[in-house]
Write a protein that binds this ligand. Sequence first.
Ligand SMILES: [Zn+2]
Ligand SMILES: [Zn+2]
Length: 110
Amino acid sequence: MLSSHNIEINPKHWVEHGREELIGIIKHELCHYHLHLEGKGYKHRDHDFRKLLAEVGAPRFCTPIQKLRTPNTIHLYKCGTCSQKYERKRRMDTKKYVCGKCGGKIQKVG
Ligand SMILES: [Zn+2]
Ligand SMILES: [Zn+2]
């Protein structure tokens, strides 16, 4: 899960998991981070990684964080008059916007 040197801790963990578990998750992430910086094996299957996890007493998996990440939802809109479709990454206010083609009213589809 480590694509850059950023450590992502989802604040939801504070609510949904206990403090102990969060500390474990942070330790786990730091193991990735540390080995990545050192140029050693930082992936779950790597020997260096497993060894370091055992040394610091961190849990073996970090999947809960990935699961909790909010998916990139696409909002679909349609013009009620000419049926022109619009895709937006963010929710848009259908009262404020009108169709760019015909000026008709925009409706939310999905
Ligand atoms: Zn991990
Ligand atoms: Zn239209």
